[in-house]
Design a protein around this ligand. Structure first.
Ligand code: PLP
Length: 400
């Protein structure tokens, strides 16, 4: 039976709690060391040093130069900034006669798809979406086939937020390096690495990316802060005007405490590598036991080439929203897809791109595990989930 007091969080892909070390690193910057890094006096100087210290931590983590790290309010802003920034530079500054062409995968987060679609419907760019296979992966060949002479930007996420599918970023990056050697119109390569940062190698040199975006609240840091890596020489126009901050690439008073928190979250991230292996064991156990104990359930995607913490499972004959609600009543927080899309009744564009029918996409649940997930949590979910699915199937009258 459900224990009413039980609180099990399995929605770490939506957001994570702030690590206590991160929180305490931030505290002095609210009321003691509260200076504005743009002020010329000592308090401002001190804040500037603090921001630059955090910038160095991010640069070290990504294998970049400090001057290539730009703080943003999060990955939604970062994604908008790189996409619109390249398009603005090309169409306004360079006044190129030919329309710029952008390639993205069909499974990008809406923070990538929507800015691209806005540019396309405004007539500023042409766009092609690369398909994925049934495991949720985009192939290098699928991208190659879409490349044109006027292709200027390619945006492929490092790992998908709904299924955990990891994309071959280094392989795709190597392709562009090779192609760019003999192209007049250079292809700039962006990856949304929001979900990958906790788990994967994010060295920008090895990935051969020109731009990478990330967000603090997915890596046990605070909400409202993120960063983008923009390789020196990448032609992007500033999205947010109003000041000279961030190497003139992003105006606005710095969120000093948030920046410190992001720096701290990044600098302790590799301490959790062992924990991440345990998370993967727990996820595999969850998947194996759910599929074994609930008939007509299936994993969306595969366990290989997938983040250690995300499992997306479909339950034929049961509505995802209803499963989510009943799990929530029993103290378990999960999601039906991306947090940003909840509230919309359209089925997941990610699952549909993988070939799922509407009804299967609607009967899917994302479990995303994290640093505090335990074996007891998995056991508890297994103790209630089969009953929930059975009940919903009997209500809907579904017969297998
Ligand atoms: N990109 C991906 C892959 C995400 O999962 C998210 C958050 O759900 C975002 C971008 C948006 O990030 P933020 O919440 O920092 O705006």
């Amino acid at each position: 039976m459900a224990e009413a007091s039980r609180k099990i969080y399995m929605d770490y892909a939506a957001t994570t709690p702030v690590d206590l070390r991160v929180l305490s690193s931030m505290m002095p910057y609210f009321s003691d060391d509260f200076g504005n890094p743009s002020s010329a006096h000592a308090l401002g100087e001190s804040a500037k040093k603090t921001v630059d210290g955090a910038r160095e931590k991010l640069a070290a983590f990504l294998g970049a130069r400090s001057s290539e790290i730009i703080f943003t309010s999060g990955a939604t802003e970062g994604n908008n900034a790189v996409i619109k920034g390249i398009a603005m530079m090309r169409s306004i500054k360079w006044n190129e006669p030919q329309k710029m062409h952008i390639i993205a995968s069909e499974i990008e987060h809406s923070a990538v798809i929507q800015p691209i679609e806005r540019l396309a419907t405004s007539g500023l760019v042409d766009v092609s979406f690369a398909p994925v296979d049934s495991t949720g992966r985009v192939s290098v060949e699928a991208i190659s086939r879409l490349i044109r002479e006027e292709t200027t930007l390619v945006s492929i996420m490092y790992a998908n937020n709904e299924t955990g599918a990891i994309q071959a970023i280094a392989e795709i990056g190597a392709l562009f390096t090779k192609l760019n050697a003999c192209r007049k119109n250079k292809i700039y390569f962006h990856t949304d690495a929001v979900q990958a940062i906790n788990y994967l190698d994010c060295n920008v040199g090895r990935l051969e990316v020109d731009m990478l975006t990330m967000s603090a609240h997915k890596i046990y840091g605070p909400k409202g802060i993120g960063a983008m890596y923009v390789k020196a020489g990448t032609p992007i126009a500033r999205l947010i005007d109003g000041g000279e901050q961030e190497f003139k690439l992003r105006a606005g008073t710095h969120n000093v405490a948030g920046i410190v928190g992001l720096g701290e979250a990044i600098s302790i991230i590799r301490e959790y590598d062992k924990k991440n292996k345990e998370i993967e064991v727990l996820k595999n156990d969850l998947v194996r036991r759910v599929l074994a104990s609930i008939p007509h359930s299936a994993l969306n995607g595969v366990l290989d080439n997938s983040l250690p913490n995300i499992a997306n499972i479909r339950f034929k004959g049961a509505e995802g929203e209803a499963i989510l609600f009943m799990l929530s009543e029993a103290g378990v927080s999960v999601s039906t897809g991306s947090a940003c899309m909840s509230g919309s009744h359209a089925s997941s564009h990610v699952l549909k791109a993988m070939g799922l029918k509407d009804e299967d996409a609607h009967s899917s649940i994302r479990f995303s595990l994290g640093r505090s997930t335990t074996q007891r949590d998995i056991d508890y979910v297994l103790s209630i989930l089969p009953g929930i699915i059975e009940k919903l199937r009997s209500i809907s009258g579904w017969r297998g």
